[in-house]
Design a protein around this ligand. Structure first.
Ligand code: CO
Length: 498
């Protein structure tokens, strides 16, 4: 049986659940850096919620009044919210990347962005300039004693977990070369057989070209790279995320073409030279994590995936749950991202893909959540394993494409859904699931969901704590300011407050 339990306002009339003006305000820069104990709290912070939530995302949406073309080009800003004894401490700092410091000093944009930001001066100023600015704005993880800010096209930046000071580029003890890519979507295998059942971090890098090289890195819990292997796959690939199981890494290669000429000539950014080819299939690339089995490439229906929820092996099949889009619209040079017509764009929806690796075929593709959704999350111990609960950011209304204003919980076993909505004024970010206990008998949904919610009426953000069992509001922590819409983050049970 499918049921939906609503925890928040029902907005009547089938109308929009938000105002565009309110939504746009979440794309204001936050140039100030803060450091304070949060004292404006509704509800109570659970005393057993202990640790640090780190978040990353673009903090600057312009450089000295010159707007960047797309938020994906914005300089990375880290927020940390540290929970201790029922209290919470907030801090935010910009990652002091070389490009950030240079542009701050120059007071103008010096680098072209991947998603359309151009240096001032027209195409002539941008001609033949392919220098990349490592903007460190996509994800932040604490692993092996290091806090790393990630951006998929270049090396990680290492930060001080307590002060968020930038220590510099991190080459993983010499494994990465200067300029090496390192993806922004590591997955943590909670119990890796090759590491005596200890957790290991799996990540990848993409070197695109006529054929694409995918390199897999596995880091043990001390942060050392213990396994590394590279694979060439045919064709150009624009891959942001992947999924893992104990035996496989799974990538979805969407049908894209890349025509570098307008980029080289300074007319368009690299991201604007990508084209989605809807007539061609997407390819699932299945790479064994160990052993010598060959890489399998399996065609599936066309579509684009930014994020996978999870993957698992069961009864001889491989399952992959992913947020799929029917198509990917191009980033146009003239277009203002804040004026996007949500209704004209395909929503992200959660799909389950079932593969038979013996025949090398897709068995079926099933829509498991039709509501517009993004940023899937789950219990960290279920990564790569069969799981019951998926959590995600979602639209307030069940149909159509819209900004994420709600948190959705999906019970895969019963089809039951819970929705906590921040509409009409609130806009949510990625939820992070934090287990209440490490006890092996604890229920898979026994924990909290942490998310930052931007309030477009008050122009401030809240840290929201939900009970993951019923999505009831546990506490709302009012920040003194807003936080621009962010990308990804993670939770560590170590509490960092300097
Ligand atoms: Co992502």
């Amino acid at each position: 049986m499918t049921s939906l339990q609503l925890n928040q306002p029902v907005i009547s009339g089938g109308s929009r659940s938000y105002s565009r003006e309110a939504w746009q305000k979440g794309y204001r820069s936050l140039p100030q850096e803060y450091d304070y104990w949060i004292d404006e709290i509704e509800g109570q912070i659970p005393p057993d919620l202990h640790g640090t939530l780190f978040r990353n995302g673009p903090g600057l949406l312009e450089v000295n009044e010159q707007r960047i073309h797309h938020p994906f080009d914005g300089d990375g800003m880290i927020c940390s919210i540290a929970f201790q004894n029922g209290r919470a401490h907030f801090r935010n700092r910009f990652v002091q990347t070389q490009g950030f410091l240079e542009e701050k000093q120059a007071g103008k944009i010096l680098y072209r962005g991947v998603f359309g930001t151009q240096k001032p001066g027209g195409w002539l100023a941008n001609l033949f300039d392919s220098r990349l600015k490592n903007i460190a704005n996509t994800h932040v993880i604490y692993w092996g004693g290091k806090l790393l800010a990630l951006w998929e096209a270049a090396e990680p930046h290492r930060l001080d977990p307590a002060t968020l000071d930038t220590w510099g580029l991190d080459y993983l003890d010499g494994v990465l070369q200067p300029g090496s890519a390192f993806a922004a979507h590591p997955r943590i295998d909670p119990a890796c057989e090759l590491d005596d059942g200890k957790p290991c971090l799996v990540n990848f890098s993409i070197k695109p070209g006529l054929s694409t090289t995918i390199t897999i890195y596995e880091l043990n819990s001390a942060g050392r790279v213990v396994r590394q292997h590279a694979h060439a796959v045919p064709g150009f690939a624009f891959i942001h995320d992947f999924a893992i199981t104990p035996n496989y890494c799974i990538f979805f290669q969407a049908p894209m073409s890349f025509n570098p000429l307008p980029y080289v000539l300074g007319w368009r950014s690299a991201g604007q030279c990508l084209q989605f080819l809807s007539q061609r299939p997407t390819q699932a690339i299945v790479i064994p994590r160990h052993g010598s089995d060959p890489v399998q490439i399996i065609p599936i229906e066309a579509g684009f995936v930014f994020h996978h929820a999870n993957a698992f092996e069961q009864d001889g099949f491989l399952y992959v749950d992913s947020i799929g889009y029917a198509s990917l619209s191009s980033v146009e040079p003239e277009q203002d991202y804040r004026e996007v017509n949500f209704e004209a764009i395909d929503p992200g929806q959660l799909w389950r893909f079932q593969f038979d690796l013996n025949t090398g075929k897709l068995v079926q593709r099933q829509l498991i959540e039709s509501r517009c959704c993004e940023f899937p999350a789950m219990h960290p111990d279920r990564v790569g394993r069969s799981y019951r609960y998926a959590f995600m950011g979602a639209a307030h209304n069940p149909e159509g494409n819209a900004p994420l204003q709600a948190i959705l919980k999906l019970d895969m076993e019963t089809g039951e859904r819970h929705l906590w909505s921040a509409a009409p004024h609130g806009f949510v970010s990625e939820p992070i699931f934090v287990p209440r206990s490490t006890h092996p008998d604890a229920a898979e949904d026994d924990g909290w969901l942490l998310t930052l919610v931007f309030n477009g009426e008050k122009e401030r953000s809240d840290v929201v704590i939900l009970d993951a069992r019923d999505l009831n509001l546990v506490a709302r922590l009012h920040l003194k300011h807003h936080v621009p819409y962010g990308l990804h983050g993670s939770f560590t049970n170590q509490c960092f407050i300097s």
